[in-house]
Design a protein around this ligand. Sequence first.
Ligand code: GTP
Ligand code: MG
Length: 197
Amino acid sequence: LFAGDWQFVTAAPTVEVLPPMVGMEIALAGRSNVGKSSLVNALTGRKALARTSVTPGRTQELIFFRVGPELSLVDMPGYGFAKAPKEKVEAWTHTIKAYLRGRVNLARVFVLIDSRHGIKPVDEEILDLLDKAAVSYAIILTKSDQVKPTALPHVIAGVLEKIKRRPAAYPVVFPTSSQTGAGFPELRAAVARLLHE
Ligand code: GTP
Ligand code: MG
């Protein structure tokens, strides 16, 4: 699956221009700069499939990537603070929420959380939306290389504590580093299982 040929499908600025539904979709949600686009590249093994930047607000549309007829990955703009005009941020935040609530073939959302910061109020808002819409999601911790290995279990425990009563949350957390590749074998296995559920 991940050795396959990943293709860019389309960039959708609004939900009016989403691509046709083919197979299942997995969407990546998270605060601006958390590492969503880097995760697309690390997961697919393609260095520059998705565009990344040190500046929050790099991805401004829903970016669809597909491998074969079964699976698409959707890189999304971030929520929260971004270096972009307020109207633009409001518009893409609206698009993210409308897509997350209303996409029939959205099989799973990965909500990315920075290992250094944990779950913030702005993340809770998105988790509330997903719980309300009954869209199942799992938490991925990003940038695990930025915290001490001994601190990581505490970060994971803190996240698990915060999601344990959330109805649409899988009670697992995937610690990852797009920099070192840590956690990606586990994440790829989880995606493969999801496809064959
Ligand atoms: P927006 O599109 O702006 O919402 O950001 P994004 O969530 O797509 O983040 P992006 O992948 O562009 O990464 C943001 C910054 O974090 C870049 O400078 C990346 O190099 C860095 N980064 C991403 N993943 C990791 C990681 O695992 N470890 C470290 N150390 N840095 C990372
Ligand atoms: Mg991005």
